[in-house]
Design a protein around this ligand. Structure first.
Ligand code: NI
Ligand code: MN
Length: 228
């Protein structure tokens, strides 16, 4: 079965690959764009990009209910362990680890990472996910544009997931520049339209991507699936 990715609203996603379910930034409670409730989410692994509430979201409750292993930076993994999450795997930028579903390497992200209780959430990250079927996903999470996206692109990215909401992250213009640096086969936008502050016209952005790059832009809405 091919790997597939479902947008669950805002930055939350579900990746299904090699018979495993990987939730990314599972923010459901208080997320106006969420397509499910926290107690409906199933996961074998949970990836958390940074400490902000719209990303760490319902991680603790879902990890405790499902027994999923949480992958995050070291500081967040220690914070989760102190909150009662029994399986937390800490990594750090540039470091990769071969998880049962594939290899995950943490990438740079220019952003903040304070945890909801004010604790130090280390540095924010994106994820480079090397699937067992050979596909590579770059999930940028919350970040501004940075030139080293070119280095990430050198790995040969099949699918890039990029924020386009502006204000807190890259907006459409910088996200288009990011596509040019990364050179992915497909690109899917996230982190927009959750609130009026990050409202964007994703179809208009996709038209620019189609015109100015080689990438196939995905026009989707929360709840949609995408074959990687
Ligand atoms: Ni954030
Ligand atoms: Mn965010």
């Amino acid at each position: 079965m091919p790997s597939r990715l479902r947008w669950l609203g805002h930055a939350a996603m579900l990746l299904e690959t090699d018979g495993q379910r990987i939730l990314i930034d599972p923010f459901f409670t208080g997320n106006p764009a969420a397509v499910m409730k926290a107690d409906e989410a199933q996961a074998d692994f949970i990836l958390v990009s940074h400490g902000h509430g719209d990303h760490i979201g319902d991680t603790i409750a879902i990890a405790q209910r499902t027994g999923a292993t949480v992958v995050a930076n070291y500081e967040i993994s220690e914070w989760l362990a102190a909150k009662g999450v029994t399986k937390a795997h800490g990594q750090q930028h540039g470091g990769g680890f071969n998880h049962p579903f594939g290899r995950v390497k943490l990438t740079l992200a220019f952003h903040g990472s304070m945890l909801p209780d004010g604790a130090n959430g280390g540095n924010p990250c994106g994820f480079l996910i090397y699937l067992k079927d050979g596909n590579k996903i770059y999930h940028a999470a919350d970040t501004g544009l940075f030139g080293d996206m070119r280095l990430i692109g050198e790995e040969g990215i099949d699918l890039a997931v990029l924020p386009i909401g502006d204000n807190y992250t890259m907006g459409p213009d910088d996200a288009l520049r990011a596509v040019k640096l990364i050179g992915p086969k497909k690109v899917a936008p996230i982190h927009f339209n959750t609130w009026p502050l990050i409202a964007q016209d994703a179809a208009a952005w996709a038209a620019r991507v189609r015109k100015e790059t080689q990438a196939e832009p995905i026009v989707w809405k929360p709840g949609d699936w995408l074959e990687v």
